[in-house]
Ligand binder design. Structure first.
Ligand code: HPA
Length: 259
């Protein structure tokens, strides 16, 4: 089973028949909605729109722990997380699809671990995304003729407001290429549960101050909508080539991580 998390503007995978909708409850509360079970390219897939459907959960209010644990309960070993992002690096243009390879976490006040009781865990997060899943997405892009930018540092802000121009200049100096509000703590929570996670980021707008124009949520949703066809083809290809067994280290993330 592979999980797919849909971001702003992606509330369903176009043309895919939903076999069943599954409600999952967790000790951390309720996930963003029902998990929609479907089959894509012979793989069992569970799709969850992060912000609910229709969109009603703000980035800082998403119950990331419940969402990720829900996937685990469904048996997902891998998650592909789709995010709308602003482009900071001038090479990252609206409409581009980017596979981030690094994360800078600027979020605050979010529940960010499953280990906040007696057991203390410091999970290795040197490489925040699963290398095997990233490699599969890169191969899928090549096979499907979909251009992907293969490296980018994703900076995660808390939102819900957008950034100031000075913040974006500062983030650029820190080495960030794209900015979004939902990549964390999703990625580290998946790692804590030994789930492979890779992000697919769609650049929906130039980040604040880059184009000199005011940013709007309309452009975010519209750019995302323009990209859903490519995302679907990409996902189909990924699911058709991804190895059945995992050969990465993600499942052993907790080895040597407990105090
Ligand atoms: N900033 C933060 N999050 C975003 C942006 C942005 O410019 N675009 C889409 N999500």
């Amino acid at each position: 089973m592979v999980g797919v998390i849909g971001g702003s503007g992606l509330y369903e995978i176009e043309g895919v028949v939903v076999r069943e909708e599954r409600k999952i409850s967790t000790p951390y509360g309720e996930p963003s909605g029902l998990y929609r079970l479907c089959d894509i390219a012979g793989k069992e897939v569970a799709f969850l729109p992060r912000h609910g459907s229709p969109h009603h959960i703000a980035p800082h209010k998403v119950n990331y722990r419940a969402n990720i644990l829900g996937f685990k309960k469904l048996g997902a070993e891998r998650i592909i997380s789709i995010n709308a992002v602003g482009g900071i690096n001038k090479k990252m243009k609206p409409g581009d699809i980017v596979l981030p390879d690094q994360i800078i976490d600027m979020t605050e006040g979010r529940e960010r671990t499953f280990y906040d009781k007696e057991e203390i865990v410091h999970v290795d997060f040197t490489e925040p995304y699963c290398p095997e899943l990233r490699a599969a997405i890169i191969s899928a892009g090549k096979e499907a003729g979909i251009k992907l930018k293969q490296k980018a540092s994703y900076i995660c802000t808390n939102g819900p407001r957008l950034e100031t121009a000075a913040e974006i200049r500062a983030f650029s100096l820190l080495g960030a290429d794209v900015v979004g509000m939902t990549g964390m703590p999703e990625a580290s929570l998946a790692r804590e549960l030994g789930i492979c996670l890779a992000g697919i980021a769609v650049i929906t707008n130039p980040a604040a101050g880059i184009s000199g124009k005011k940013l709007t949520t309309t452009e975010v949703v519209e750019k995302m909508a323009e990209s859903t066809g490519r995302i679907k083809v990409l996902l189909e290809k990924v699911f058709s080539i991804i190895p059945e067994q995992r050969n990465c280290g993600c499942r052993d993330a907790l080895k040597d991580a407990k105090m």
